[in-house]
Design a protein around this ligand. Structure first.
Ligand code: ZN
Length: 398
């Protein structure tokens, strides 16, 4: 099944399911095929292969002096030779590069899923972090830093809430002061690649470059190298996983998608639906055996506003933490950052991977895509998908 077919199928399902949203109290923690990490990249970081104009190390407005000369944020960069050396003897999964159909992204060939491709089947592995333990909620914001990030930082500081920020490399170079501020205020900085591209469609060299340039920019600004990364659109398979592992990075997906980006990109999407979803998730907290990791974006003013509105709702139902805090995993390769002292808190999970049970259905999902799609057709998906039916083309072709 192609991604396009799947989306259209979901759209059709949503039409019939959307009216049931108010009566539904169940919360399906299955990541939705439609609810991928689907915010388009910031306008400042388009997913194009435009001619590279190196990002001057001193070209940002803040005056922060980078030592490195970074690749243009609009170009898919090449890795440094020494980065390729790191993985020279690693066991990289021999899976094909997934074909992309232009802006439609990865295109599935057949129904088999031998490489656990999240985009096609929502498959995850035990080594993926998908959720937090019961009672805890990892709060995550993607695609920053942007001009709207400080508003969120302000609110988090006022309320003494720490969060995980998956930052795009080019945005870090553009807004180093924002990245530094987030770090200094105790948030967990993580990676969201360099160009916000579909990782399964990239070569091994490109994947290395996407991760390592992103890491280097954050390291320059903060002195610390993130361990966590989130593949844009959730697009990951075993090849991407093995490359990331060889470089010392751990993937983080999510099990609750706010679909917040739609508020800025999808006509007809009503922002109170985001609040409605959060209310449902909170109400279901006592009835689920796992916690949550939610997907939000500090990409637009409206997504930041929504993030600020729904946080108290989540805090009432869950202990809201960073991803590192709830999983007991170290945030950075160098260890715990000075202002991030809670990031390596002890965890019941000896492996460091969230004791989430989130992967138990992977095999089923990979063999039963329609079932996965149906199971994910809960109310939040229904409203989200229904909202973008009218604008499905703009969504699919961003
Ligand atoms: Zn993103």
């Amino acid at each position: 099944m192609t991604v396009l077919t799947k989306y259209l199928l979901l759209g059709a399902l949503a039409l019939s399911a959307v009216n049931a949203q108010d009566s539904s109290s169940s919360v399906d923690s299955t990541p939705t095929p439609s609810g991928d990490e689907s915010a388009s990249s910031p306008s400042t970081s388009p997913d194009t292969d435009a001619a590279a104009t190196p990002v001057a190390g001193n070209g940002n407005a803040s005056g922060f002096q980078f030592k490195e000369t970074y690749p243009a944020d609009s170009a898919k960069p090449s890795p440094k030779p020494e980065w390729m050396q790191i993985i020279a003897n690693a066991n990289i999964t021999d899976a094909p590069v997934v074909k992309a159909n232009g802006e439609n992204g990865p295109q599935q060939q057949g129904d088999a899923d031998p490489y656990c491709d999240w985009t096609f089947t929502t498959c995850t592995r035990d080594t993926d972090i998908v959720t937090c333990p019961k009672g805890q909620w990892g709060i995550t914001y993607d695609d920053g830093p942007t001009d709207f990030s400080p508003k969120l930082y302000d609110y988090l500081k006022e309320t003494n809430q720490k969060a995980t920020f998956f930052m795009i490399g080019g945005q870090v170079v553009k807004y180093p002061d924002y990245a530094k501020r987030a770090f200094d205020e105790g948030h967990e900085l993580a990676m969201h690649t360099w160009t916000h591209s579909y990782m399964t469609t990239l070569s091994t060299e490109q994947i290395v470059a996407e991760l390592k340039w992103n890491e280097l920019a954050i390291k320059e600004v903060t002195g610390y190298s993130p361990r966590f990364f989130r593949p844009p659109y959730g697009d990951i398979d075993d090849r991407v996983r093995s490359i990331a592992k060889a470089l010392g990075f751990t993937p983080v997906i999510w099990n609750y998608d706010t679909d917040d980006w739609m508020v800025a990109e999808t006509p007809g999407f009503q922002e109170q639906w985001i609040d409605g979803n959060a209310t449902q998730w909170a109400a279901a907290a006592a009835n689920t055996n796992e916690g949550g990791i939610s997907l939000e974006h500090d990409l637009y003013e409206k997504t930041v506003d929504a993030a600020i509105r729904i946080l108290p709702t989540l805090q009432k139902a869950y202990k809201v933490t960073t991803v590192g805090q709830c999983t007991g995993q170290q945030s950075y390769k160098e260890g715990t950052a000075p202002n991030n002292s809670t990031s390596a808190a002890p965890s019941a999970s000896s492996s460091g991977v969230a004791a989430n049970g989130s992967t138990q259905a992977n095999g089923e999902q990979s063999k039963d895509q329609e079932g996965a799609a149906s199971r994910s057709m809960d109310s939040r998906t229904a409203i989200g998908v229904a909202a973008f039916i009218g604008a499905v083309s703009s969504y699919l072709f961003i």
